[in-house]
Design a protein around this ligand. Sequence first.
Ligand SMILES: [Fe+2]
Length: 396
Amino acid sequence: MKQSVFLSLILLVNIAFAQQPAGFSRYCEDIGAVKYSGSGSYNDEHCLIQCRPYSGMYKGDLNNEVPGISICLLDADAIAYSKVGNVRIDEPVPDIFDENPKVKNIRPLITGVAHAAFFTKEVESTRQFFTGYLGFTEPFSLMAANGKDLALTFIKINDRQYVEVFPERYKGGNRMYHFAVETNDAEAMRKYLASKGVKVPENTLKGRTGNLNYFVRDPNGTICEIVQYEPNSMSDKNIGKDMPDSRVSTHMSHVGFMVPDLDKAISFYCDILGFREIWRGSRDDKNVTWVNLQVPDGEDYIELMLYDKEPSETSMGSMNHICLEVNDVAVTATTLAKRNLPEGCRPTTEMKTGINKKRQINCYDINGTRVEVMEAKTVDGTPTPSSTAKPMKFVP
Ligand SMILES: [Fe+2]
């Protein structure tokens, strides 16, 4: 391309950006991007636009790019787009990418924690715990192939977050079955994960709820489900429904699970999936016991619960947990004190301020599975510094 043409293209693009053409803005908003900017390479037909859903993630030019970026390809005048959204690996890759192999395998967005799934020894009691006690609803459930037994039931936290409750398959042990993250493109994610050497299923199929989903295992063996919500699925048809005021919380801020080896977990969640470490904490100042990793394209996080020796069943029930966010834990504690905790559940703890400086209480279902109820803000409004201690590691 001649230098003058190139410069005028850049000028056109800059003008177009300054004016934020309506079509471009709308399209970027459609794909969930609220921050976008133009940079990188240009050719005769396309300019490369980089979109990120949140500020602070945009890393500058293409050569310094991180996986997981959303890409819009616009015509040079930036008014008509030829392609917008995540570049899919199965589609012809425009020439423009050939110079930049780093962007060939692009990770689709991971926007939040979609659900956590637990086994229970007493379905009825766990149902009562989540509905009668914590005030959520159970909008749908699935039966086993025999048509008589329950396969699993769904507790709705909000339109995009659920707790799945499964009748136990083995007595005792680890009650957490899996957790799930939401992506905007499960099939592109499957191919992306495969390109990183992660074992994935052969296809992306719809589950019985009508959403696209599949399981992958992290290097420590924890099942991480990938979910893409689909139109006309059970959850889609339930949007806006079954969210009564009785719910103690409207948001599951994190799911916590046992992690024997932090380095292995980070190699998967951070290096491949793009999670960002936001905090690490220590119970005793000697060893790091908790590491929080935020999803790359949203606010939710996972809490890696580190340990060093074979945990007891009680300790597993506490480590594998969900956290419900509330504005005022004292109000929640008062509300819960008036409700019936199902028989056999450990009493809800007194309110305390955690090492993370956030007020919290802990509730337990019949199995000892912990539901943490915590405020989003610290008591003094300032962030809690991260621990620099050595992370705990499980030595079998
Ligand atoms: Fe937690």
